[in-house]
Design a binder for this molecule. Structure first.
Ligand code: HEC
Length: 98
């Protein structure tokens, strides 16, 4: 991770006002995505790059997986396992990456 990215993510976490979101540390949660999406969500092989979606777009995509409305082979099974606060933290984290 480049220092600027780390700073941006740290800044967000420091200013997050909702206790639920502050508890769900996006950077920690993102570790469980790295096995497939690569370090920092850059994508690898057939698994897409997930950096740089804006927050709302990320959460819409996630909702699509969760409700099975967005075609998926894997994410539709992963998406229901995260709380709303965790998804918000992931959205904040990945939208802060390029
Ligand atoms: C077991 C492998 C695997 C893991 C773990 C995984 N993903 Fe995925 N992800 C995929 C695949 C494969 C796709 C393509 C859609 C599909 O077939 O499910 C995808 C698609 C996505 C997309 C949509 C990208 C696009 O441009 O359409 C997002 C957003 C996403 N994943 C986020 C995450 C996040 C956040 C995590 C961690 C909490 C995560 N994924 C963990 C395999 C994985």
């Amino acid at each position: 991770m480049r220092p600027a990215h780390f700073l941006a993510a740290s800044f967000f976490l420091a200013v997050a006002t909702s206790p639920a979101i502050a508890d769900a540390n996006g950077m920690m949660l993102a570790q469980s995505c790295a096995g497939c999406h690569g370090q920092d969500g850059a994508g690898q092989g057939a698994v897409p790059d997930i950096r740089g979606y804006d927050r709302e777009a990320f959460m819409r995509i996630w909702e699509g997986f969760r409700t099975d409305e967005r075609p998926a082979t894997i994410m539709n099974r992963i998406a229901p396992g995260f709380t709303e606060a965790e998804v918000a933290a992931l959205a904040d984290y990945f939208s802060s990456l390029e």
